[in-house]
Write a protein that binds this ligand. Structure first.
Ligand SMILES: C[S@@+](CC[C@H](N)C(=O)[O-])C[C@H]1O[C@@H](n2cnc3c(N)ncnc32)[C@H](O)[C@@H]1O
Length: 719
């Protein structure tokens, strides 16, 4: 891709252009026959040069932070030179080796890189000039909060257009150089395109035999010819009637196209087919192409420490060429070139920004956590989204940032400290079983789920060959379990929230719409709502390969590398409307999961429903979560709580606690009691349970406990 494209802001790309495909094809044809044309663009030249020895050949290139052209290796070479991995990045380096030791073996098949790929250069914080907090009405552009305590400091940033212009002006020298070069490239491209389209008429009538060199299969592929055949095939599929060979069916062409795609781009047939089926052949080609080039490097201003304008100025002074990422975000900066390593600047080290892929902003913007709320980030490491949430909440309330992987949780802690998040607690639990058992009643929950990483193949090309059928059973199964746990952990009666956001950096339907559809069936107490992310991205699928999904699935959003020039991503927002009913399991659906269960070390059963939503006790009083979900545990109060929890559990199962708990126990020869005495007998039962447990302990333990009790009591008395 030429500089012009590189300089493009994040946003919807130009529609796919057939003439571009034909141009590429012609160019390849020309190159195959003769020397490359002098007029070919820099981008095309790079591409064709690379193809002479294979699609990954690296040519020397000026260092750029995020070129979007050339082969993946080209990009890596570039980023390796100009963009060292930040200290806390767990994408590479030391943490990877730690991950090998990760006791959380259940993540088999989950792309480690995909887990944090959207935070590949995490650690950036947002500029404090604007509050990027999206409003609940869905507008993400009108997110400035007039009550923001720091507004006075940055009042001159109120007009974003002005700010962007100033920023651009500050970069003018660097930008104008790039724009000149881009203009030149585009002129050359346009000229070439004209020549190509003039030739198009001749080609259109040509029923060339794409199957002619099938006999060469098994030999080392000629990548130029292969690419040409891919584009020719796509053109034929677009008008099979007039361009197709009479003895070949559509299936024949599709089969040839898929095997060519596998050879050319290096995918397994299994994955290529899965991804291909998401698009028309033409768009699939654009998708596979986009996966060969990295997405723009984006940093997020940490508004807990600075504001975007100050950060931009500081980085410009260090030789960084950047500009605001686009109107949709007030904290993102797209970096075009950097004379300094972005992961080692003083601004980075002091937590003024975090390197964070643009698409990774979106789930947090959809979640829209509010100040003073209690929020759970279920799968949080390395913390790009946690720290953004903390910033949106202005370091108030509480964010529980959980991750099942200990080594990754360490990286998460590093980012939390660096970015100055003081409202965040890190836990290291398997969220499938820990929530809501350990904690529940959250105002909002983000589940940025572990996934296959098909949206971030540009960052992790290993996905092309490493993901198999088993992964596409086991990972969606885990995602479903996690999402059910997320829903059950939300307080539907939250005055400010009651929302769950589910996101993945994968584009497959199995991991997105199908997971959401499953939980909609299992949890009738949630409904799909607008993400609030506006028109950016595309609606989720309402049907796919004969399967129909909830009509409201269109409210979910999909993002693609070739459409929005961001990592492939999926975002879904759910509103919890009531308690999870006790009998909400869909046994048939669970039964179909057995193969997946065998394939993964599943830890919980879907049948067990624990909903920590505060529910009214028998007096109609909402259960007090102070101490219930977060608070300290007082032994004396525990018996009471246990008894109350027992009653609530029964109530969720649709049973009358009074009837069940006060059933006469024949062996004890108890008789019916009055409701008052029943109550106290339950408490006594619970206390007896507690004392039974403690009596099981050794004598020493008893002494210790007594001593501890005494100490506590005397401390209380002295207070
Ligand atoms: C896509 S990554 C999360 C990225 C993170 N939200 C961010 O923005 O930086 C998925 C994470 O899920 C974690 N994970 C996998 N299985 C889990 C489980 N059962 N419970 C909690 N976390 C889990 C992985 O360790 C991984 O860090």
């Amino acid at each position: 891709m030429g500089q012009g494209r590189r300089m493009k802001k994040q946003g919807p790309p130009a529609p796919l252009d057939e003439s571009k495909l034909s141009m590429l094809k012609k160019r390849k044809a020309g190159e195959a026959d003769s020397a490359p044309k002098a007029t070919a663009s820099a981008k095309k030249r790079r591409r064709s040069d690379a193809e002479e020895t294979g699609p990954k050949k690296v040519l020397p290139k000026k260092s750029k932070v995020n070129g979007t052209s050339g082969s993946t290796m080209q990009k890596k070479a570039v980023s390796g030179k100009k963009q060292p991995v930040p200290m806390d990045s767990d994408s590479d380096g030391a943490e990877d080796s730690e991950e090998d030791d990760d006791e959380f073996g259940d993540l088999d098949g989950v792309s480690e890189r995909s887990m944090d790929s959207e935070n590949q250069v995490e650690g950036l914080s947002d500029l404090e000039d604007e509050d990027d907090e999206p409003e609940e009405d869905g507008s993400i552009l009108d997110s400035d909060d007039e009550d923001h305590p720091r507004e006075a400091m940055f009042s001159d940033d109120e007009d974003m257009s002005d700010a962007e212009e100033k920023l651009t002006a500050a970069n003018m020298e660097g930008l104008s150089r790039k724009l000149d070069a881009a203009k030149q490239t585009e002129l050359e491209d346009a000229e070439q395109e004209l020549q190509e389209s003039a030739m198009q008429t001749n080609i259109a009538g040509d029923r060339s035999d794409l199957f002619a060199d099938e006999s060469q299969q098994g030999l080392a592929p000629d990548l130029q010819l292969l690419r040409q055949r891919i584009t020719d095939n796509i053109r034929v599929l677009g008008d099979l009637k007039s361009l197709g060979q009479p003895d070949k069916s559509r299936a024949d062409y599709l089969d040839l196209l898929l095997s060519d795609i596998c050879t050319y781009y290096g995918y397994t047939r299994f994955l290529a087919e899965k991804l291909f089926n998401l698009f028309t052949p033409m768009e699939a080609f654009a998708f596979f192409e986009a996966n060969e080039t990295p997405r723009p490097v984006v940093i997020r201003t940490n508004t807990l420490r600075t504001n975007r304008r100050s950060l931009a100025q500081a980085l410009i002074n260090r030789g960084v060429v950047l500009e605001p990422v686009g109107k949709w975000s007030k904290v993102g900066l797209q970096v075009f070139e950097s004379a300094v390593p972005l992961g080692a600047t003083p601004e980075y080290l002091t937590g003024h920004y975090i390197l964070q892929a643009a698409s990774s902003f979106l789930p947090v913007m959809a979640l829209a956590p509010q100040p003073n709320e209690r929020v759970l980030d279920m799968a949080a490491a390395p913390g790009g989204k946690t720290t953004y949430m903390s910033a949106l909440m202005r370091n108030t309330g509480c964010v529980i940032a959980n991750d099942a992987s200990k080594p990754r949780a360490k990286g998460l802690i590093g980012n939390i400290h660096r970015l100055g998040c003081k409202n965040t607690i890190v836990t290291n639990l398997d969220a499938r079983t820990a929530f809501p058992k350990a904690m529940g009643g959250f105002d909002r929950v983000l589940l940025d789920a572990p996934c296959t990483g098909t949206g971030v193949i540009a960052k992790d090309p290993g996905v092309k060959t490493s993901k198999n059928e088993r992964d596409f059973l086991a990972i969606p199964h885990m995602q479903r379990q996690l999402l059910l746990a997320a829903i059950d952990s939300v307080d539907h009666s939250s005055k400010t929230g009651g929302y769950v956001v589910y996101s993945t950096c994968s584009v497959t339907v199995e991991e997105n719409e199908a997971v959401v559809q499953y939980v909609l069936r299992k949890r009738p107490n949630v409904k799909l709502v607008d993400t609030g992310l506006g028109d950016f991205g595309s609606p989720g699928f309402t049907s796919y390969m004969g399967k129909k999904f909830d009509a409201k699935m269109a409210l979910t959003r999909r993002y693609f590398p070739h459409r929005e020039n961001v990592d492939g991503f999926y975002v879904c927002k759910l509103k919890k409307t009531g308690l999870t009913p006790a009998k909400s399991s869909d046994d048939a659906a669970i039964a179909t999961d057995h193969s997946a269960r065998r394939g993964s070390q599943t830890a919980s059963t879907d049948d067990e429903v624990i909903d920590k939503t505060p529910i009214a006790d028998e007096d109609g009083v909402a259960m007090d979560f102070e101490g219930g979900a977060f608070g300290p545990f007082e032994e004396d109060e525990d018996a009471d709580r246990i008894a109350r929890a027992k009653r609530n559990r029964l109530r969720r199962k649709g049973l009358n606690p009074k009837a069940v708990l006060n059933k006469p126990k024949k062996n004890k020869g108890e008789s019916f009691k009055s409701s008052e005495s029943k109550e106290s007998s339950q408490q006594q039962d619970a206390k007896a349970e507690t004392s039974k447990k403690s009596s099981a302990h050794g004598q020493d333990d008893k002494k210790k406990a007594t001593k501890g009790d005494k100490e506590r009591k005397s401390k209380k008395a002295s207070k």
